[in-house]
Design a protein around this ligand. Structure first.
Ligand code: ATP
Ligand code: MG
Length: 393
């Protein structure tokens, strides 16, 4: 029996006239994600997709890859047969149960859909007759129409599809359906989760990391590259910008009041991130900030940081507490990498008593004293290294 994957999408189904655009982007995302895992044909059929293998493939590997594509509600491994006579469908369902279930002692319900109304057997008849046939063949099966352990789906379309497992997808919208944003990616727990959450809404992501070599080590940089690679499995390719930040950090450290260090540093980060974002036609910034998590994330500090930004800044974790963020970090397999103990530029140049209620005028005044700030920013932008991160590398 020929196998394939039936893919049911989520929120796209709510779209109106331009639904086809979202569908096409989702199909492309699926194609990209399974590239290299075998030969496949991905096609649309009445509000769902089919991924049909045309070569050898590893079912678990392909399933895992499709499960990482945003925009999918469920993935069902299906058996595909020609539409066929009803007797042939009956036999195939018996074979399907034989192959899928070692122990044939579960409760079940047959669910049928007849998309081709000219097919001579109605959905009700399909359910009833196939249910009866299964009971005859496997006497330890039992029907339970309310809470079956197994639902056996039979869909009669151009061809007939049989399946009984629906594996949950990530939901959200396909990446590429909603513009591009620039993620400020540190080596911590929060920012990879923030990037994941914005990409889940269909936004393509690039990233910027501020590296203060030699105060932050090569290992710290490698860790950020690893994190970008981990989230890229779901967000798709990321152009990771590594900004040399030492000169600016030292200047801030030497010339500004220490309790304002972090706020001034964050404002310069935002400025540089915006410059790179504009260059890539990204329309917004993304950070992992959450109200009150640290001194630089009190509502007053966020206001002072935000004041320098001209682009919208998306902070998807703003109302999350740390444990909620950790739960997502674990779910997306970033946590183990995020907690590796390499220093971060914010932890190297940190004040003992940072302000928690910075005043914008005071901060701006301190920044005015910074010599050659504009030149240093320009140089950091020019000297930025760009690493292209592709999923699966
Ligand atoms: P994270 O866990 O993501 O490191 P955090 O809790 O350590 O966040 P901060 O260090 O205050 O918080 O940083 C807040 C946000 O600023 C981060 O989520 C990230 O978006 C950005 N950020 C901080 N440091 C860097 C850096 N070195 N490079 C790029 N972005 C950074
Ligand atoms: Mg951090």
């Amino acid at each position: 029996m020929k196998k394939a994957f039936l893919i049911k999408y989520g929120e796209i189904a709510l779209k109106g006239k331009n639904r086809f655009m979202f569908e096409n982007i989702l199909m492309d995302q699926i194609r990209h994600r399974i590239e290299g895992l075998g030969e496949f044909k991905v096609q649309k059929e009445q509000g769902r997709f089919f991924v049909e293998p045309h070569s050898d493939y590893d079912e678990d590997e392909v399933l895992a890859a499709i499960q990482e594509v945003f925009g999918i509600a469920y993935i069902c491994p299906v058996v595909v047969i020609p539409r066929g006579e009803f007797d042939e469908i009956k036999t195939s369902v018996v074979d399907f149960v034989q192959e899928q279930y070692a122990e044939k002692n579960f409760t079940f319900k047959v669910e049928a859909r007849r998309a081709v109304k000219s097919y001579p057997v109605t959905s009700m008849e399909i359910c009833r007759d196939i249910g009866a046939h299964l009971l005859d063949t496997y006497p330890d099966l039992k029907v339970d129409v309310h809470h079956p352990q197994v639902r056996i789906w039979i869909e009669v379309r151009d061809r007939t599809y049989i399946y009984s497992k629906a594996i949950k997808g990530l939901g959200g919208m396909p990446v590429g359906s909603n513009g591009r944003a620039m993620l400020l990616l540190s080596g911590g727990i929060d920012s990879p989760v923030a990037g994941y959450m914005i990409a889940k809404r269909g936004v393509a992501i690039d990233a910027v990391y501020f590296h203060s070599h030699p105060y932050t080590s090569e290992r710290a940089k490698e860790k950020v590259i690893d994190l970008a690679r981990i989230i890229s499995r779901k967000t798709g390719p990321i152009r990771l910008h590594i900004v040399p930040f030492t000169e600016i950090q030292l200047a801030i450290y030497e010339q500004c009041p220490h309790e304002q260090l972090t706020i001034i540093m964050r404002r310069v980060m935002m400025t540089i991130a915006e410059a790179h974002a504009k260059h890539l036609k990204a329309l917004a910034l993304v950070t992992g900030e959450s109200i009150g998590q640290v001194a630089s994330q009190t509502i007053h500090s966020l206001v002072a940081t935000n004041a320098i930004c001209t682009m919208p800044v998306f902070r998807p974790l703003i109302g999350f507490d740390k444990q909620e963020i950790i739960d997502i970090s674990e779910k997306i397999d970033a946590y183990e990498t995020s907690i590796l103990p390499y220093e971060d530029c914010c932890t190297v140049f940190v004040a003992k008593h940072p302000v928690t209620k910075p005043k914008l005028e005071v901060i701006e005044k301190s920044e005015k004293h910074l010599e050659n700030l504009d030149e240093m920013v320009k140089k950091a932008i020019e000297d930025t290294e760009v690493i292209k991160i592709k999923p699966g590398q």
